[in-house]
Design a protein around this ligand. Structure first.
Ligand SMILES: NC(=O)c1ccc[n+]([C@@H]2O[C@H](COP(=O)([O-])OP(=O)(O)OC[C@H]3O[C@@H](n4cnc5c(N)ncnc54)[C@H](O)[C@@H]3O)[C@@H](O)[C@H]2O)c1
Length: 390
């Protein structure tokens, strides 16, 4: 197989650090630079393209691969080519009360505009203690935790949520028709000396990307992820896109907490879409002329909220308090000594540290997509560190 920079010398390479035999690894910086070039090639300005690339590669860097580079050729590039994402659009201020800002996202690249929204909220919260920036007409922001984590690094607490516009994937418990999206949200906070706390999750049991990955790899999904029309568990991942399988809410069944997941999904719909006036899953516009869901995640709503405890408690050592809070959890005696107690954000931080050092693992299929894209657009694919044919 020819190598991306023109050589033709396949040779044996060490196993990938991910442990999956078919994975290859690519250096983090090279992967981000390539992804930024791909966005730039579609007309995204350089600074914006770099932020968007970091946001997208974050998924592969941290192991949240359902929202990493797999979405480059499946979601972002097709949406740009269809005009559903505008690479040059500047979000426009609709209302600005100081601590609260409403923006029309104007279909700008969500991977970038969500970062901008949180940065603006954080800049204001430093003075006011709290600030919110909310967007309608936004587009997909990737991993919520990439964006909130950057604010935790500034010593503040961040919340970010996005609905899925008019996309209908999940049914209300007991309902026959899908009406809501996987509605992700993230809360991040500094944790003193420790890695930041970054809760980052879909409000469904898993995002659709995890089901589609199983379908591509030809393996069943665990019981509890999907149900059929009558609510019985199904494990065939193809049923999701065939329209006979439905994702379950976090909690799974009503007896094990589905109403909590559903309630959190609605929390996101209210905070991220009702507040800015974005599209809703349950809105009539989410159906086509024949009453079928359009499946379109257009007019997404995003809400970014930042709280600055340091501004509210001047002179007090918030960092030391956070250190104590999260440090105590880490000191909890584990049931299994081989598996120390953790908290959200830590597994991703550990993966990021390892993958920055050893290379970012990518499925061979994913790397092949990047290589094909590079060849089509006259770009240099990022070189392999391990795996495949270099
Ligand atoms: N933009 C969108 O429309 C959209 C939709 C759905 C999901 N997403 C993104 O998909 C990504 C994956 O979502 P997910 O629901 O599959 O997340 P997940 O189930 O992989 O993780 C959820 C949370 O649990 C924590 N966690 C998991 N295992 C842990 C452990 N062993 N110890 C401590 N904490 C642990 C993680 O740190 C994370 O905060 C997220 O980044 C999310 O924002 C985006």
């Amino acid at each position: 197989m020819p190598n991306p920079s023109g050589g033709h010398t396949p040779h044996a390479t060490p196993a990938s650090p991910s442990g999956r035999p078919d994975d290859v690894t690519v250096g983090y910086e090279a992967l981000v630079a390539f992804t930024a070039e791909v966005f730039g090639d579609r007309g995204v300005p350089a600074g914006r393209a770099r932020t968007a690339a970091e946001a997208l590669v974050y998924g592969d860097l941290t192991g949240l691969t359902s929202h990493g580079l797999t979405n480059l050729t499946r979601l972002y590039l097709p949406a740009m080519d269809d005009g559903r994402i505008d690479p040059l659009a500047e979000p426009e201020k609709v209302t600005d009360t100081g601590p609260a800002v409403l923006l029309d996202g104007r279909r700008s690249l969500g991977l970038w505009s969500a970062a901008e929204a949180l940065t603006l909220a954080a800049d204001r919260a430093e003075t006011t203690g709290i600030a919110m920036v909310t967007l309608r007409n936004a587009t997909h922001f990737g991993c919520a935790g990439f964006h909130t984590g950057r604010i935790a690094e500034r010593g503040m607490v961040a919340f970010l949520a996005s609905n899925c516009g008019g996309q209908r994937i999940l049914r209300p418990p007991g309902g026959r028709a899908a009406m809501l999206g996987t509605n992700p949200f993230s809360v991040a906070a500094p944790a003193g000396e420790h890695e930041p706390y970054i809760l980052d999750m879909s409000t469904s049991v898993v995002p659709t990307g995890r089901v589609r990955a199983a379908a591509r790899e030809g393996r069943p999904v665990p019981e509890g992820w999907l149900e059929d029309a009558e609510g019985r568990t199904v494990t065939d991942p193809h049923t999701l896109d065939e329209g006979t399988g439905y994702l379950r809410w976090l909690g799974g069944d009503p007896s094990t907490g589905a109403y909590k997941g559903y309630g959190l999904g609605l929390m996101v719909e209210v905070l991220a879409a009702l507040v800015p006036g974005a599209g809703f899953g349950p809105a009539p516009e989410a159906l086509d002329g024949d009453g079928r869901p359009t499946g379109r995640d257009d007019d997404i709503g995003i809400t970014a909220l930042v709280l600055a405890p340091g501004t509210l408690r001047p002179g007090q050592d918030v960092r030391a308090d956070a250190d104590g809070l999260f440090g105590s959890l880490l000191d909890c005696p584990p049931m299994d000594p081989a598996r120390p107690v953790s908290y959200p954000g830590r597994p991703e931080a550990a993966a990021a540290e390892r993958n920055r050092r050893d290379g970012v693992p990518l499925a061979a299929e994913r790397y092949e997509e990047l290589r094909t894209l590079a060849a089509e657009r006259g770009l240099d694919a990022p070189p392999l560190l391990t795996g495949g044919a270099r």
